[in-house]
Design a protein around this ligand. Structure first.
Ligand SMILES: Nc1ncnc2c1ncn2[C@@H]1O[C@H](COP(=O)(O)OP(=O)(O)OP(=O)(O)O)[C@@H](O)[C@H]1O
Ligand SMILES: [Mg+2]
Length: 252
């Protein structure tokens, strides 16, 4: 179980996260939606301590970290329990797909090279890249690069996967293959938080949707509840403005 309590983050005078409380069950796929600047990325970055929140606790499977008095070891433990997939893939340019996936296993998990290679190959095969293991990022399409990034995240066997708009940097025709990979990851029972503007995908894959607005979670329910019967006027406005009705229907 994942428990976030009283998480707050301010940039200068801009309160981006305002005492966020959030409990997530194992296997949950939680989608975070909300307008630009609402704090969605900041929330993910504060959860894995890429960004330092000014107060709050983050507990992953009983491992509790108080952000104000975290130790170096707690930071390492928490990082090992989470893995993040970014909008811009963030692969190492000078490493092959295989080396990219192996990196964390060798450097962070201290696995032997042959063991890391075995896991990396398995994960790359799972995301449909068996033939591309020796390719460098620039030899891969955006969709393939993002699937390497997903394989890299999965290889670490994290307790929580964080996706920050994983398809928004992709050409439209490449979005589907990445969404398929994320869907397969969800079906395997991984616990994940997904920031996405692919509303049709969110509807089908998430079992819980949060609407973040002005640093607070102002809507929290099943996709059906949030999309069909939003409680807050801000959510209603947001949903009526976004063009998800014209977004191509995501087929599963
Ligand atoms: N490193 C930073 N320094 C200062 N302000 C920041 C920083 N990172 C984010 N912010 C501010 O925090 C607010 C929330 O940003 P965040 O990136 O979390 O929003 P978001 O919901 O992910 O938006 P988007 O949908 O555009 O990605 C914004 O006002 C942003 O300008
Ligand atoms: Mg963002």
């Amino acid at each position: 179980m994942i428990e976030i309590k009283n998480l707050s983050k301010t940039f200068k005078k801009n309160k981006v996260l305002d005492h966020i409380d959030l409990t997530i069950k194992k296997g949950d796929v939680v989608a975070v939606i909300g307008p630009s600047g609402a704090g969605k990325s900041t929330l993910l970055r504060c959860i894995n301590l890429l960004e330092e929140a000014e107060e709050g606790t983050i507990t992953i499977d009983g491992l509790r970290v108080d952000v104000k008095k975290k130790t170096k070891q707690e930071l390492i433990n928490l990082r090992q329990n989470t893995a993040m997939v970014f909008q811009q893939f963030n692969l190492f340019r000078r490493k092959t797909a295989l080396e990219n996936v192996m990196e964390g296993l060798v450097v962070v998990k201290k696995l032997a090279k042959n063991e890391a290679e075995e896991i990396a190959k398995f994960q790359l095969e799972k995301v449909g890249l068996a033939k591309q293991i020796d390719s460098y990022p620039k030899q891969l399409s955006g969709g393939q690069q993002q699937r390497v990034a997903i394989a890299r995240a999965l290889a670490m066997n994290p307790k929580l996967l964080l996706f920050d708009e994983p398809t928004s940097a992709l050409d439209p025709e490449l979005v589907g293959e990445v969404l398929d990979t994320i869907k397969a990851t969800a079906l395997e029972g991984n616990t994940m938080i997904l920031v996405s503007h692919e509303m049709n995908f969110v509807k089908k894959v998430a079992n819980r949707v949060l609407f973040l607005y002005n640093g607070k979670i102002i809507e929290d329910g099943t996709p059906k509840e949030v999309f069909e019967n939003p409680q807050n006027t801000r959510t209603k406005e947001f949903l009526s403005k976004i063009a998800y009705s014209t977004e191509p229907e995501y087929q599963i």
